[in-house]
Design a protein around this ligand. Structure first.
Ligand code: GAR
Length: 209
């Protein structure tokens, strides 16, 4: 299975996915890293692994549909059949959601539906929560919505600084995400006997967008 990782920032989850893929605990190969931030640290990481990068600036396109069509083309060219969002801070549009229906997952640093959106860790600390966590879920058109696949709680102790909570969250994320992607892909391939890794081809041909 070839998977694409979308990221906008540091890329620590991207690292965890690539490492798990190299070690074999994640039975998938990362075929492309897509970013909307051409200067993000994750770009250098992808290049150092020799992974193809598609870096774009949304402002260079007249619509979301336009850049998503290009992303779909890049994914199809490489036979990518699954997308993992790893700190990709942009909502997906109909073009990507339609082309990869049921094949896009996201990780978020809270126990969704609590604290969606930006700075989930800050939101939890500001609310005085004693517990937050990590959620992996299927992606729909909403902000951090979509069916939950896996959740792991993380305790916020009274003396914890933001950096402490972030460290605990990341530790959970880096183990949970590759493992959950592996399980999701395995299930998908069992449930869809004619699973086609390049399943977007026909739809593009039919000009569904
Ligand atoms: C991760 O904590 C991820 O859960 C979060 O962005 C961070 C990316 O870190 N995603 C969201 O907040 C999505 N709404 P990374 O670049 O080090 O992987």
């Amino acid at each position: 299975m070839r998977i694409a990782v979308f990221a906008s920032g540091t890329g620590s989850n991207f690292d965890a996915i690539v490492e798990a893929s190299r070690q074999g605990s994640l039975d998938a190969r990362v075929c492309l890293m897509v970013t909307d931030k051409p200067n993000a640290a994750v770009v250098g990481k992808a290049r150092s692994y020799g992974i193809d990068v598609f870096a774009f600036s949304p402002y260079d396109y007249s619509s979301k549909r336009d850049y998503e069509l290009e992303i779909v083309r890049e994914l199809k060219e490489r036979g990518c059949g699954f997308i993992a969002l790893a700190g990709y801070m942009r909502l997906l549009g109909k073009t990507l959601l339609g082309a990869f229906e049921g094949r896009i997952v996201n990780i978020h640093p809270s126990l969704l539906p609590a604290f969606p959106g930006l700075d989930a860790i800050g939101q939890a600390m500001e609310a005085g929560a004693g517990e937050t966590g990590v959620t992996v879920h299927f992606v729909d058109a909403g902000m951090d919505t979509g069916p939950v696949i896996a959740q792991v709680p993380v305790t916020i102790d009274k003396e914890d600084t933001r950096a402490d909570v972030q460290r605990k969250i990341q530790q959970v994320e880096h183990a949970l995400y590759p493992q959950t992607i592996h399980k999701t892909i395995t299930k998908l391939m069992k449930e869809v006997p004619d699973y086609d890794e390049t399943g977007t081809t026909e739809r593009i041909g039919q000009n569904r967008y």
